[in-house]
Design a protein around this ligand. Structure first.
Ligand code: G3H
Ligand code: 13P
Ligand code: ZN
Length: 314
């Protein structure tokens, strides 16, 4: 059942966070749906601009509607991750997405508001909800590069939300995308979340760049021929604390890529004679499902699907 992120956030707020997982292909999609159904978690499928152009946007969109038929117990939102205005409008027109993210965070705040508002007006007219971002994560976000963290300013967040009418806000609190998030200790600015929650009580917040980059996973990749050095991620024991402060959506992409990389490197190391793509795929799909189910336990979303369904009376 495809629902909006708003419907999921209403149930989760203050208690747990919904996992927002990026997918790019069929095997990931199958593993994602299996893992969420097995762990009885509501979830968000994120499709990035890069994913939409990797094969074809229509291929991804039809995978979403087909997965909805194959997995009648799944309760999920279909969300555009880090969209520009043009991509948001395309997704709004598609009839498949229930949620879009407009990321104009690299523009000055008034221009960010102007662009975001145009997307909100178009999306809300069709019952689609909107996430936007204020502040910037260090590193690369789609096509934009920020040399340093630009932390979200709480007073600006209140102004931005009121001016734009968005449904959720991505905040920059010290995480970054990819496998190399921290040099030394991780310093997440939960004080920023706390201030925003005071100014905007009940308003759903989003944490990007939240992969944990498990060191055992990195070690297995390197032992099987990889060369990933100095990788580090967000301590998953922070997730529930963030949820209490209003974070209802936690974005995870990199950790899933690591699972893919580990499975395939180990598979071909151990089976050099094999060449059928389905052979590693048969290992990857259940491994990915296991990874998703374990993540949902850490996010607190596991086991909540029945109550979400009941609340939506669908
Ligand atoms: O925030 C970025 C996501 O991890 C998506 O990455 O643009 O390479 O698909 P991508
Ligand atoms: P990670 O790179 O930490 O998985 O973050 C993903 C993300 O924020 C997608 O929008
Ligand atoms: Zn992101």
């Amino acid at each position: 059942m495809i629902v909006t992120t708003k419907e999921l956030f209403q149930q989760a707020y203050g208690k747990y966070a919904i996992g927002a997982y990026n997918i790019n292909n069929l095997e990931q999609t199958m593993g994602l749906f299996k893992g969420n159904v097995e762990s009885k978690a509501p979830f968000i499928v994120q499709l990035s601009k890069g994913a939409r152009s990797y094969t074809h946007k229509l291929m991804l969109e039809s995978m979403m509607t087909t997965a909805d038929k194959i997995f009648p117990d799944a309760v999920f939102a279909v969300h555009l991750d880090h969209g520009d205005e043009e991509t948001c409008m395309d997704c709004i027109a598609s009839g498949v997405y229930s949620s879009v993210m407009i990321d104009a965070s690299h523009f000055p705040i008034e221009k960010n508001i102007e662009i975001t508002k145009r997307v909100v007006d178009a999306a809300h007219a069709k019952g689609i909800v909107v996430e936007a971002e204020l502040g910037q994560l260090k590193g690369i976000e789609e096509d934009v590069h920020a040399a340093e963290h630009v932390y979200t300013k709480p007073e600006e967040a209140e102004y931005f939300v009121k001016q734009t009418g968005i449904d959720s806000l991505a905040c920059a609190i010290g995480t970054s995308h990819g496998a190399f998030k921290f040099k030394g200790d991780q310093k997440l600015r939960f004080d920023i979340l706390e201030k925003i929650q005071k100014l905007l009580p009940g308003f759903p917040l989003v944490m990007h760049g939240s992969s944990s980059v498990p060191q055992d996973e990195v070690a297995r990749i390197n032992a099987a021929g990889g060369a990933i050095k100095g990788a580090s991620g967000v301590d998953a024991s922070q997730f529930l604390g963030a949820a209490k402060l209003g974070v209802t959506k936690i974005n995870i992409d990199t950790d899933g890529r690591l699972v893919w990389c580990r499975v395939h490197r180990e598979f071909f190391r151990d089976h050099p004679e094999k060449f059928d793509l389905r052979d590693p795929g048969k290992v990857f799909i259940p491994e990915y499902a296991k990874f998703i189910a374990a993540k949902n336990v850490l996010l607190g979303s596991a086991g909540h699907v029945d109550e979400v369904r009941a609340a939506l009376k669908k």
